[in-house]
Structure formats: C-alpha cells, structure tokens
Design a protein around this ligand. Structure first.
Ligand code: 3HC
Length: 675
C-alpha cells in the first residue's frame, strides 16, 4: 500500500505532505509517514527546515477514531508529537481547514505555525468523552495560558485562526490562497534561528482562580459528563508540575476516559450521526432536486421556527397564513427571535435583516406555485391536512416536494389525497424548530428515492441531523415516548409522586422528567376538552385549568419565574384517583422507575426496528439524543440498553408484565447487542 505521506524538496526545505482523505485523520500509516519524514530531515544535512502540510480539505482533523479500542500501532501519537518537537531543525505547521484534536497537537509540537485566516484550531476530544492525549493539555496552557486552554479543551469548540494568533497558538497568518508559498517563505526565515521555540520548555502560569471560576460557570453544562473535569484537571496540572509529569498525568486520565463507557457512548454517537444520513436503498449519487425556494403553510410556532432554518441558510421562504393577524403575529415572532439572537451577539443586525429580507409572508395560497419544497405546519387534524394537500396538488408546480410536519399522522393517507404521492413525505421538526437539531424524515410507501435524498441533503444544509423513519403512529421519537408517559402515570397511581419520577430522569441525565415535560409542552395537548369527563389524572388537571407552565399550574405549581414546586392540590387529585382505582400501593424505588419507564422505551425501539420503521438501532439513538436531550454520555436508549445488558432488560420487562419484542428477546438470548 502506498503511504499517505510524501515528501518534496524545495531548496533546503523538506515539505512533508499528508494526503489521507477525507479529513487527514492521523491513522497509523500517516503517523509512520510523518515519523519517516522527520527522520529524513534529521538525517540529511542539506535539509535546514521542515514544513508539514496536508492536501485536501483540511489539516489533520485528529486521531483516527476508527482505530480506538484496537491495539495501538507504533508510533503512538504522543511519541510522534514529542519527536517533531525534538527535531533540531525548525518544523513549521502549515494549516488550512481545521487542525483538530491530535491534529492540533501535532501543530503545537511543531516549532512554528502558520495558518490561513479561514482555518480553525480546536480540541474536540471532550465531545468524544476524551481529552487531548498527545500533550495538548500540557502544551496549550504553556502557549495560550490557562483560561483559553480550559475553554478549548473542556468545551471543545474550535477557535478561528485570528483568535489563535492573538493567543500565540499561531505565529503568522498566510494569504487565504497562498499557504504553501507563505509557509515556505516562513520556514526560510526561521532557518538558523536559535533556540527553537519548544512548547514543552515554556512555563504555564498557575491561575487557580481561572480554574475555579471556569468550573463554577460551566457546572450546569458539564453535569453528568466525566471528560470536562478530566480536561480541567490536566490543564491545572500543567501549571503545577514539570512537563513530563504533566504528560504522565494526561496519559493516565486519557486512558481512564478511553476505557470508560461515556467515551464509548459519545464515539458511538459521532458515527451514528453520520451513518444516519445514509439510506440503505438510496445510492449516494442519486440526482437530487433543486431547492431554490421553500414554502411553509402556517405561521404558528412550528411554521415560524421551520422557516427560520431556511432563512438562516440563505434560502428564500414563502410563508402562507389564513388571516392577516396570524401572519403578522408569526412574522413578528420570527423577527423577535432573530433580534434576541443578535442581542446575544451570535449574529449581526445585518444578518437579521438579510434573513427577514428572504421572507415573503402572504395570504395567497397560490403564491406557493413557484416553491420547490412546501412544508405544511398546521395543527394535527387529518381532515385539515388532507384538504391542504388536495389544494397543494393543484397549486404546486410539477416536481415540487410536498412535506407535512405532522408528529403522529399517517403520511401515506396524507399522500393519497394528492395525485403525486411519490413527491410526498414527512418532515417532522422538533420544537423549538429553529433550535432543535433533529429532523425525522418520514418515508411514505410511495415516496420517491430522489425526494428522500434531496430532503436528507437539505437537512444537512440547514444544519439538522436527519433520521429516516417509516410510517407509524408517532414515528420513532414520539412512539417511544408514549409507553414512557403511560407508565409514569401508572406509577403515580401506585404510590410514586411526580417529583420522585422526574428526579430519577433528571439524575439519569435527561433535561427534565416526564411530568416536567408535560407541563412545558402543555398538559392539555390532545385533551378531549370536556371538563365533565374525568377518566385520568390528566383529565382532572385539565378540567381545573392546570394546563402546565403557561397557566403557572400543571403537575407542579409555578411562580412568576417558572420555578416549579410540588403541588398539594395535585397530590390530592392523585390520592383521589388512587382510592377510586384501588391500585396496589407500594414503595416505588428508583430502580423500579428506571425499569418501568426506560426499559419499555427500549422495548418500543426494538419493535420499531423489527417492523423496519427505523433503519438501524443507532438511528434511534440519534433521535433521542438530538430530539429529546437523552444524555449523550449514555449513547441513546439502544446503546444504553447494550450497556445494561439486553438480558437484564428482558428480565425487567417480564417482571413488570410487558409484552417483550421478539427481536429484543432473540438478541438477549443470543447475547447480542443492538450496536
Ligand atoms: N477519525 C476517523 N474518521 C473521521 C474523523 C476522525 N478523527 N473525523 C471525521 N471522520 C470521518 C467521518 O466519520 C466521515 O466519514 P463518512 O464519510 O464515512 O461518514 C468523514 O470523515 C467526513 O466527516 P464529516 O462528515 O464529519 O465531514 P465534515 O466536513 O462535516 O466535518 C470535521 C469535518 C470537522 C473534521 C468533522 O469530521 C469532525 O469534527 N471530526 C472529528 C474531529 C475530532 O473529534 N478529532 C479529535 C479526535 S480524538 C483525538 O484526536 C485524540 C488525540 O488527542 C489523542
């Protein structure tokens, strides 16, 4: 096999070039090639300086994650970085694209760094449940100081080249189109300069206050995760002990994380998210349709949020409402949302105007005629939706994609109200639609392959994570939510309190528990609206106007700032029902709550797989991470089930009398996993 690394001579400069698409991950072959390149430079007196650069779209984007968990081939990355730093000829990193993780560590091992202005540097390891394990936590604070090193390692967001330059992580900015020439010139300039700047020889200034403040400020964000604390500890260590000792500490912490279940879960999600884009029977190169203008029907919360995704990506939107008041209210909310984002400094005032300038609000349904994709986002009523799709069939141009944002309803039935079911599919956004990253793309029986492929590609463009779901009630996410909510209600009857159940879910890592979620979404959603008909606790709450946060009362009482407190009235209602139904009362334990609310979700996930409504278990995990805030360090419900053990899950389900999915049972019996 040819090496992904080649060398070129430019006078007395040796250029070591990596060509390992797509992202120049530091695979064994790349590391071996780089080692050979440095040895070549060391062994040749005619070489006076070295430039390391990459072909393709980016500088090294990190260690090769696919090698994790397998026996490490020499040279290990930390040795390689040390070797580069120890080279007695100046080594210059020439950076474009993203220097990430191990790639950034290679750059910091080099004596000098030059980058194009569009380049970014970062340590995203923490997002994989890891820390920079090739000296990054020790070199970064020595070069850039403790506060920035903490930000970069423990949060994992990359920084732009200019910021890196201000912090000393980059020595010089190259021209955007002249990196190679500028890097050669830079290398030429530093030939013979002594001593060579070696990061390991610098001192990291202790900054205990910065460490404490950083910890405190981000406590909420880091809740439940192991890796941020380990990153912080390593950066702090860099200021306390000599370099070698710090490296030793970093190694130990890295290995602990690498062996742990959290990193396995986070790496699983990294690949799961990318796999989700692939549709088994749709080739990658299928010709996609052009989407130059999007139409949205309904300017309510969902319609507005959906529109914003496209506007932000520079795609014009025609939004249609039934009356002027609703239209104005809807566009007003969109503007306000943009302005709030601008007030936080995340976008500029110009960008607000640019986005809003792409919006065409109208009362004229026929204005949808020139749209390439039309998304219906009106309320959940099959007759209304069928009527709209019937009208769309007459109005939309030939080849336009017709989508419904329904969260439960049958896409096949909706499609059948048109003469072109092949152009119809579901695009289920999650509220708030401009924020939540998940998009369930619902494939009807007749949906054309190019329609699916077009929408999946478009999802990426508007920065959503899209997952394909088959037609079934609630698709993947809401379908799995149902057994959880039902069981949570039953537990109330048997002696648990809403706060007790919610607490177990929050401690598990969910952003909120089933009852907090009900209160936020609206307890009245889907209620029959007959205050006389009281058949459930929910009916009783709704009948008294306890509709959730919007009424400052639901399963909890809320103050003006929406802080919840347990409600004595709700306790009474629950007690009443317990008496009426005569449900068996017992002490509900934390473990029982897990077994009865989370195991059934896994069971439902298995049924979804069995019925072919999801392509793969990892897709289900992606839905729950990005749509419902399942803790990423537990890898999604199906991955989590693997870590619990499928046999244990089946036993738990049987103990509580659930109807176990045959697929789940089969896997448990064979000792298999979902992922
Ligand atoms: N190792 C192996 N494969 C990788 C990879 C890596 N570090 N980074 C990306 N890939 C693969 C992806 O899986 C994907 O494969 P596919 O086409 O088969 O699905 C392909 O490269 C392209 O990736 P994206 O679709 O993500 O491409 P984008 O252009 O959208 O993004 C990127 C590029 C910003 C580099 C993004 O891929 C990314 O964030 N990669 C991960 C970077 C990272 O986490 N680096 C740290 C690794 S850990 C480490 O370095 C440990 C060290 O400290 C010891």
């Amino acid at each position: 096999m040819t090496s992904p690394i080649r060398t070129e001579r430019h006078g007395d400069i040796l250029v070591v070039i990596s060509d390992n698409p797509p992202v120049n991950a530091l695979s064994a072959a790349v590391r071996q090639g780089l080692e050979a390149g440095i040895k070549e430079a060391q062994g040749d007196s005619a070489v006076k300086a070295v430039v390391i650069r990459c072909d393709g779209r980016t500088f090294f984007a990190g260690a090769d994650i696919t090698e994790f968990g397998k026996p490490m081939q020499e040279p290990a990355l930390p040795m390689l970085v040390d070797m580069i730093e120890a080279c007695d000829k100046p080594v210059v990193a020439a950076i474009h694209g993203t220097a990430l993780g191990g790639g950034c560590e290679v750059a910091l091992g080099c004596h000098y760094r030059i980058a194009v202005p569009s380049a970014k540097l970062g340590f995203p390891e923490v997002k994989l449940g890891l820390l920079p394990g090739a000296g990054g936590t020790q070199r970064a604070p020595r070069i850039a100081g403790v506060p920035l090193a903490l930000e970069m390692t423990a949060k994992g967001d990359p920084i732009p080249a200019q910021k890196a330059k201000d912090a000393g992580l980059i020595d010089r900015l190259a021209g955007e189109d002249s990196l190679i020439e500028d890097a050669l010139a830079f290398a030429g300039e530093v030939i013979g300069k002594t001593p060579l700047p070696r990061a390991s020889l610098k001192e990291a200034k202790p900054d205990r206050q910065a460490v404490e403040e950083f910890r405190k400020k981000n406590a909420r964000r880091f809740r439940g995760f192991d890796a941020p604390a380990a990153n912080i500890a390593c950066v702090a260590k860099a200021t306390e002990v000599p370099f070698r000792e710090g490296i030793e500490f970093e190694r130990q912490e890295f290995m602990k994380l690498m062996m742990g279940v959290q990193s396995a879960a986070q790496r699983h999600i990294f690949f799961a998210e990318r796999k989700a884009q692939k549709i088994d029977d749709v080739p990658d190169d299928v010709q996609k349709r052009d989407i130059a203008r999007v139409g949205v029907i309904g300017a309510g919360t969902m319609g507005g949020g959906i529109s914003m995704n496209f506007l932000s990506a520079g795609i014009p939107v025609t939004i249609v409402e039934m009356n002027r008041e609703a239209l104005d209210r809807g566009t007003g909310v969109m503007r306000k949302n943009y302005e709030n984002t601008a007030a936080k400094g995340r976008i500029t005032a110009d960008q607000v105007e640019q986005a809003m300038g792409l919006l065409n609000p109208t009362l004229d349904f026929d204005a949808l005629a020139d749209c390439d994709l039309i998304i219906e986002a009106v309320y959940e009523d099959m007759d209304v939706k069928k009527d709209i799709f019937g009208r769309l069939d007459k109005t939309a141009k030939k080849g336009a994609i017709l989508a419904s944002n329904t969260s439960y309803l049958d896409i096949n039935e909706i499609a059948a109200s048109t003469s072109r079911p092949e152009d119809v599919l579901g695009m289920h956004f999650f509220s708030p639609a401009n924020v939540m990253k998940l998009l369930e793309v619902v494939r009807g029986d007749k949906t054309a392959k190019d329609v699916l492929a077009t929408v999946m590609a478009l999802a990426k463009k508007i920065r959503k994570v899209a997952v394909v779901a088959g037609v079934c009630h609630g698709f993947i996410g809401n379908r799995m939510l149902m057994p959880r909510q039902v069981e949570a209600q039953k537990l109330l009857m048997e002696g648990a309190t809403p706060e007790q159940i919610d607490k177990v879910h929050v401690e598990f890592g969910m952003p909120m528990g089933p009852f907090q979620m009900s209160d936020l979404a609206g307890v009245d959603i889907g209620w029959h609206r007959d205050p006389e008909r009281i058949e459930s606790i929910r009916d009783a709450l709704c009948a008294e106007g306890r509709w959730g946060q919007k009424r400052q009362a639901g399963f909890y009482d809320y103050d003006d700032r929406r802080n919840p407190t347990p409600s004595p009235r709700v306790a009474e209602i629950i007690e009443d029902f317990r008496k009426k139904t005569g449900a068996r009362q017992h002490d509900v334990t934390e473990q029982e709550i897990i077994e009865r609310t989370l195991y059934p979700m896994v069971n439902e996930g298995a049924k979804i797989l069995e019925e072919g409504k999801a392509q793969r278990a990892s897709d289900i995990d992606v839905v729950w991470i990005y749509g419902y805030g399942w803790p990423v360090y537990r890898g999604g419900p199906m991955f989590w089930a693997d870590t619990v053990g499928l046999k244990t899950i089946v036993e738990g389900l049987e103990k509580h009398g659930f109807d176990v999915s045959p697929l789940l049972r089969q896997k448990a019996e064979k000792g298999e996993r979902f992922n």
